[in-house]
Every structure is written in C-alpha cells, then in structure tokens.
Design a protein. Sequence first.
Length: 278
Amino acid sequence: MIGVFDSGHGGLTVLRALQDAMPTHDFLYLGDHHFAPYGDRTPEEIYQLTLDSVSRLFDQGARLVVLACNTASAVALRRLQQTWLDGAYPGRRVLGVLVPMVEAITGVPWMADLAADRPAGPPRTIGIFATSRTVDSGAYPREISHRAPEVRVVQQACPELVRLIEGDAPPAQVRDAIHRYTDGLLGQLGGGAPQAVMLGCTHYPLVADAFIEALPQGVEVLSQPDLTARSLAAYLQRHPEFDRPGSGQVQFLTTGEAARITPLATRFFGKPARFERV
Ligand code: DGL
C-alpha cells in the first residue's frame, strides 16, 4: 500500500493521477485537515506536522509515502530524508511532488551526480505559481539551478487562490485573481514570457484552464499530478520492494471532520472519496 499525504484534500488531484497510472496498487490517503492550510504556517510547524502524518502512514503499513503537498515537499522533504527517516523508519521511503517537477524541468535525474559534466541546455525561463510558503522556501529555484543553471526561475506567490478554490468562488473571481498573479509573473520578466510554467500547488490543476487563458499563447503548463504519477510508476518498476500491486483499494483518512470533508473532496478527486477520521 502506498501512503499519500497532503495538508487537506488538494492532494487528491495527485492521488487521482497515481490511481489512474497504477490501478492495481492500494493507496492510503491522509489529509491533515485539522491543521490545514499549510501555506501560511511556519517552516518548523510544517516540518513537525508532516513528520507526524508520515509516521502515521508508516505505522499503518505503508513502506513508501508520497508528499502530494507542494508546501510540505518544499519545506520538509529534504530535512525528513536527511535527518529523520533512516533513524526513525529504516528502509522506508518518502518522496515528494517537488522531485518529478524538477526532473521534468531540468532533464536531470534527482540522484544524478550534480557535478557530473552535463552539457548546458539552451537558456530557458520557467515560471512557478505556488503558495507563499513554497515560494519563500526557495526550494524550486534552488533545486533547479543546482541541476540546470541555464534555467531562469521566476516565482509568483498566489496567496488567495487556495481559499478561493476551496470556497468554490465564482469563476470570474477566480479568473481575476489568476490574471493578477500571471500579470505579476510576466511583470517580473519585463513583458517577456516564460517557455513553461509549473502549477506548484495541489489545488491549481482545478483551475488550470484559467491559467492557460491568462498566459500568452504557447506557454506550456506542466501538469504536476501526471508527472508525479509517471515518476512514481517508474520508481516502483525499479524498486518493486516498496509496493507490489494489490487489489486497487483506496482508503481516505483525515485529522479533521470527515462528514464536512467528504463532499468537498469529491470535487478534487473527481469521484466519491469517503473520509474517516483518524
Ligand atoms: N497542499 C498545499 C500545496 O500544495 C496547498 C494547501 C495548503 O496551503 O495547505 O501547497
């Protein structure tokens, strides 16, 4: 069984892609609704909360946990892997949505020797839309520039967007906010356009069309759920010991109020997602 963690139900956009790509695997999803949203929390809070939820998923039997939350991946992933995992849960793995995105943008595998001779690609500009905390962490620009210094990364925080999407705000209001954010990003480029943008938050795939409409024609919008699913499927082919196909079951757990979350979650998952409180 594969553990999937998110601050709330946004990670269901990722789980949906994982399930489509690996329909015979079993998944255990945990949303930390009691403490969501993470986007404005301090890095230390995000680290501790992520650690607690990952431990819970391991204790329930997962050998591999995917952090579907960008904020948790950007703030906590490296620290968990480097300072906690081997001591607390030897032989288990924590992966995050940050990694497949950085690999897709740079073309460099995560574990590659960063100092290895690599012919620089053509200069490119990539835009990143994310929560304030993901932007402040600097994780995406840092990891991308280590691997592909020729890639210029421009970030734009979208502080209102999670709340608008969660609240099912009128489409015109969502579009206005997205226009402000895309204008902000394009303004940083002095009127130029990036080659591609990444929607670096679990919620943004639900409004991807509004981003596409607001950006200049020809700007590629990278799909994080699809890239994560492809990357995880490839990882499990190389490391089948972390999860073998099962019967395609999915269980949804929350630290919040299950009855309130279940209807909201269905919008993110695209089909019924019945939550139980842990
Ligand atoms: N899951 C978060 C992310 O992908 C968005 C919601 C939150 O702020 O908790 O960054």
